[in-house]
Write a protein that binds this ligand. Sequence first.
Ligand code: URP
Ligand code: ZN
Ligand code: ZN
Length: 463
Amino acid sequence: MTTLIRNGTLVTAEKTLAADLLIDGETIRDVRAGIPPETARRVIDAAGMLVFPGGIDVHTHLDMPFGGSTSSDDFETGTRAAAFGGTTTLIDFAIQARGMTMRQALDLWWKKADGRASIDYGLHMIVTDLPDAGLEDMDSMVAEGVSSFKLFMAYPGVLMVDDATIFKALSQTARNGALICMHAENGSVIDVIIRRALAEGKKAPIYHALTRPVTAEAEAVHRAIAMAEIAGVPVYIVHLSSEDALNQVREARDRGLPAFAETCPQYLLLSVDELARPGFEGAKYVFTPPLREKSHLPKLWDGLKHDHLQVVSTDHCPFCFEDQKAIGKDDFTKIPNGGPGIENRLQLIYHHGVNEGRISLNRFVELVSTTPAKLFGLYPRKGELAAGSDADIVIWDPNQEHSISAKTHHMRVDYSMFEGFRVTGNARTVISRGEILVEGGRYLGRAGRGRFLKRAARGGAWK
Ligand code: URP
Ligand code: ZN
Ligand code: ZN
């Protein structure tokens, strides 16, 4: 099957140009002005539209057991919702729970995705147990295409690992070329603060935020980068939420260190005030790190603009309000941590970033697609509009107005963190490896068509 996308404005991280794009089967064959329409069996008129590489969300938790529950989107509902929002690739997290090998965790997550995913996906491995004998398991994972690992400096007794483990894992990546992704918060200190709060009877959702100070995040970011510096390897900070943490990344990068970080739409657009909503409503915004004071928001946007932050992901980890968040009705520490967002990332960053003049169109593409592909071993197969790349393409209507609501979204969760947000700019046509998944609000995809992506490691030298 050949498809020609004509008359659109192509946007990549590097340039914006009026050109046509020819798809042959699953890949892009040609990108240039004036490709004759008779070259292709199917012609899509993209006049007035933007055409950019499919979004890549490198931080999602589908079908993940966590906090006494399991995230409510599985690989079928989650990838379909992602497609509606213009995301054509995601990287989810397999969890090597204590007592389990990484091999077992990988097999388990393949089983969760198999027959369900409708877009391509990779996996990071969350490591909770790393005896010296397990270090070589990391190398085996890299050989399987799992070229990144997440380690937690928070959630003591559940996912947190100590500094020795973190340093050993970082050091191993000097040999196997993987990237360590760090959940950076000082979990031990936070744990003490939480116990004090509970002892004082402070159990409402707002205390989730009030017991996780920004300094606990900044300190952990500093420590993570310092350990990576000693090991002589890059490090990637996930879901960075505050100005204080951002300053640590900026200072490291100013010193020439390969420190990278992502933030998420919720940290750019929402504040701690959401957790103080009446009744138990604040539980909808309980995720970690927590939402911060409003003053942090413009600093994070600034960080995106000036490349102190390199990626926008979602940390999509949905739990239904009615029957999952409710587990913590009388105690905020029991509220499953996480929020939904896989569907709205491009809409929100386009509207509040590009339309509101905070970032350029090319920077938008770089943040939501190209840099994620580069950092996580998928480039130029993904994240690019060029001959030979996978035909993962979004045809974006820059004028379409859309109101975000749980009533109309496709995520399997009973609320939206962005309920009532009005955005201008939305995906009209979403193509994955040459197949149209979404067209004008209609879903044409198929569960199970998504493929596991074996991602490259950097091979010793950071590119
Ligand atoms: O609260 C969050 N972020 N839940 C998902 C797990 C994590 O830490 O990323
Ligand atoms: Zn995390
Ligand atoms: Zn996460």
